[in-house]
Structures are given as C-alpha cells and as structure tokens.
Design a protein around this ligand. Structure first.
Ligand SMILES: NC(=O)c1ccc[n+]([C@@H]2O[C@H](COP(=O)([O-])OP(=O)(O)OC[C@H]3O[C@@H](n4cnc5c(N)ncnc54)[C@H](O)[C@@H]3O)[C@@H](O)[C@H]2O)c1
Length: 253
C-alpha cells in the first residue's frame, strides 16, 4: 500500500474523527503526516497511533483560524519532512447550541465558526500552496458538507454559509493553480459517526437520519478518509475543481 509514498501531507483537525482516520490511512500509504490540531494531546495520540502502525507523523499544535499558528505548523512540518504535497483542510466545528438560525445566533459565534470553518482554508492555502508549487504540484482537499447543498429546518447558518463559501474557494483555487499542477477538490460528507456529532446524536435522531439516508446508515470516518486518500493520491490526477458528495445517497433523494 504505497499510494502516498514520498508525499508529505498536512491534515488539520487531525486529533479526532475523520482527520485522525485520514492521518492513519495516509501514513499507512507511505505519507509523512503533519497532524495539526488545536488539541495538542489529541494530535499526539494520533501520532502515537500512526507510529504504532509503522507510519511517520508529527504533531503540530495550533488554531487553524490564526494565521501565525498555521504558518508555524506548516514550517514545523516542512522543516521536519523536507517538503509539502497535500493540504487536507479537515478542521471544522459544528456548534448546534450556539450556531443556529440567523434569528438566534450571536455575532461572536457567527464570526468564530466562519474563522474556523472558512478563514482557516485561506491561511492554510496562503502558506501551504507555495510549498506545493515548489514541489512541482500537489493536492488541496477541502471539507465541505451536504449542509452546503441543501437547507435544513434545524438551521446552523454560520456552518452552512462557511461550507458554501468553501465550494467557491475550491473552484477558484483549482483554476488559479492548475498550471502549477496543484489540484483542489471538495468532499461533501453526509452524517459521519465522529466526536463532532456525538453530543447531538440521540438514539431518536440517529434513527431519523438513518431513515432519510438511502444506504440506511450514517458513515464511518474511514468512508470519508478513503475518499480523501483518493484525492490526495495520483489516482485522481485528472480531477480538479470537483465536488465529491459522500452521503449514502442522501442528496440524491
Ligand atoms: N461528522 C460529520 O457528520 C460531518 C459531516 C459533514 C462534514 N464534516 C466535516 O468534516 C470535518 C471533520 O469533522 P469531524 O466530524 O471529524 O470532527 P471532530 O470534531 O470529530 O474532529 C475535528 C477536529 O478538529 C479540531 N479542531 C477544532 N477546531 C480547531 C481549530 N480552531 N484549530 C485546529 N483544530 C481544530 C478538533 O480539536 C478535533 O480534533 C469538519 O470540517 C466537518 O465540518 C463532518
């Protein structure tokens, strides 16, 4: 399994959920992984798990919404691993208690959700793409959501708007950097079984979601990480500016 041999991948939000799963998968495919997370202990645990599996990874602690943190985490990774080829913008927050309808959301939480879920990709690409260009190309992966594709009566308007903005940014980056052989694609997961959803997934809600999903269940983190692996690898060499919906058929219904 060597689909990412000689590649260095930065994965944000890699201390938990889909980001941790992707870190382990990428490392098992030969990548050296910069495990970036605001939760330093969680990042270190991901690195430990990757190492136990024979993989190479480095924990980088910082807030993806803060430019200086992102610049530092990238520099730490490049210094250790000698280059950078994949930017997987995975970090994101879903705060259903504070991020609701526009009628009920405070500006403070709107701005914070926007900073973590949208502005972070500005910082990661601003500081990361020059390294990808220097390497002769690379892959930028953006984490969208089915929330950007359809409306929900239970609104999380800042989350939804941030994910929608990421679709446009993905296409702009894809067009700008195609000649540098830097590809940029976005994944839209449906509901995934991770710590992000855990506080909200009561048995009743899980049942309701599963009834509305044609494949009849919510996704495992691995089922999203494997699509990210495809986008990170040369298997997707002719794809850029694409949206991949990975939702068990939810938005096809
Ligand atoms: N789980 C789902 O149902 C689902 C559905 C659609 C999209 N997504 C998207 O997938 C991505 C990963 O989600 P997940 O479910 O694995 O989440 P998760 O909560 O399980 O893990 C997210 C990780 O991001 C880290 N993080 C949060 N804020 C950060 C910050 N400011 N700086 C650096 N790291 C930060 C957290 O510490 C955590 O380790 C997110 O972008 C999310 O919006 C998830």
């Amino acid at each position: 399994m060597n689909r990412l041999t000689d590649k260095v991948a930065l994965i944000t939000g890699a201390g938990n959920g889909i980001g941790r799963e992707a870190s382990l998968l990428f490392a098992s495919e030969g990548a050296r992984v910069i495990v970036a997370d605001v939760d330093g202990a969680a990042a270190k645990e991901t690195v430990r798990l990757a190492g136990a599996n024979g993989g190479q990874a480095l924990a980088a602690t910082g807030d993806v919404a803060v430019e200086a943190d992102v610049a530092r985490m990238i520099e730490e990774g490049v210094r250790r691993f000698g280059g950078l080829h994949v930017l997987y913008n995975n970090a994101g927050v879903l705060w259903k208690d504070r991020d609701r309808s526009v009628l009920e959301t405070d500006e403070r939480w709107w701005d914070r959700v926007m900073a973590i879920n949208l502005k972070s990709v500005f910082w990661v690409t601003k500081h990361g793409i020059p390294h990808l260009r220097r390497a002769g190309g690379g892959s930028v992966i953006v984490m969208g959501s089915v929330s950007a594709l359809v409306g929900f009566t239970r609104a999380q308007d800042a989350y939804t708007a941030a994910k929608g903005g990421l679709i446009s940014l993905t296409k702009s980056l894809a067009i700008q950097f195609a000649r540098d052989r830097v590809r940029c694609n976005i994944i839209h997961p449906g509901i995934v079984d991770t710590p992000l959803q855990a506080p909200y997934l009561t048995d009743a809600l899980r049942k309701e979601f599963e009834t509305g999903i044609p494949l009849g269940r919510i996704a495992t983190p691995r089922e999203i990480a494997s699509v990210a692996l495809f986008l990170a690898s040369d298997d997707s060499s002719y794809m850029t500016g694409a949206e991949l919906t990975v939702d068990g058929g939810f938005t096809a219904g």
